[in-house]
Design a protein around this ligand. Structure first.
Ligand code: FES
Length: 167
């Protein structure tokens, strides 16, 4: 029953993508992280159903998968907003105003770090060093870095992301 449900959980092309992915690795389990990224891309986050699907694919238990996935801050084990903002709060960024940036974002979005706006547009998170200390303060916005941030720049970024809300 479960396997029937899971054969239809992803589109044919996504299922093909999973199959192609596991062929790339000598050991299926090595495909775990990229497979979970596919789940996240398709489902918005790493759902329990997605974990189960990947577990069957790679011969792993959901507990094994969740244990590994929980180490990766880029993998979400619970729902997040359409846009995820990770503000670096490590030393270089702190010295360049990271806390002021976080305060500003919290006020603008009406949420605190770790939360998602009620309309599901933004999730705001703190992040450890994003390895771009020379361009501090830095924030990751979905897959891109925004560097040398200013409060004005943040307002522009939020406006642009809001404009793109419907795609
Ligand atoms: S401290 Fe922020 S990128 Fe390194």
């Amino acid at each position: 029953m479960i396997s029937n449900a899971h054969t239809t959980m992803f589109s044919k092309s996504t299922e093909k993508e999973f199959q192609e992915l596991i062929q790339k690795y000598p050991s299926k389990r090595s495909a775990l992280i990229p497979a979970l990224y596919i789940v996240q891309r398709e489902m918005g986050y790493v759902t329990a159903e997605g974990v189960e699907y990947v577990g069957k694919l790679l011969g792993m238990t959901p507990a094994q998968i969740t244990e590994v996935a929980s180490f990766y801050t880029m993998l979400f084990l619970r729902p997040v907003g359409k846009n995820v903002l990770w503000v670096c709060h490590n030393l270089s960024c702190s010295l360049c105003g990271a806390e002021e940036i976080i305060d500003h974002l919290q006020k603008k979005l009406g949420i605190t770090t770790g939360e998602t706006t009620p309309d599901g547009t933004f999730t705001l998170l703190r992040q450890e060093c994003l390895a771009s200390c020379d361009t501090a303060p830095v924030m990751q916005v979905n897959d891109d870095y925004e560097e040398n941030l200013t409060l004005k720049r943040i307002d522009e970024i939020l406006d642009k992301l809001r404009e793109n809300k419907e795609g």
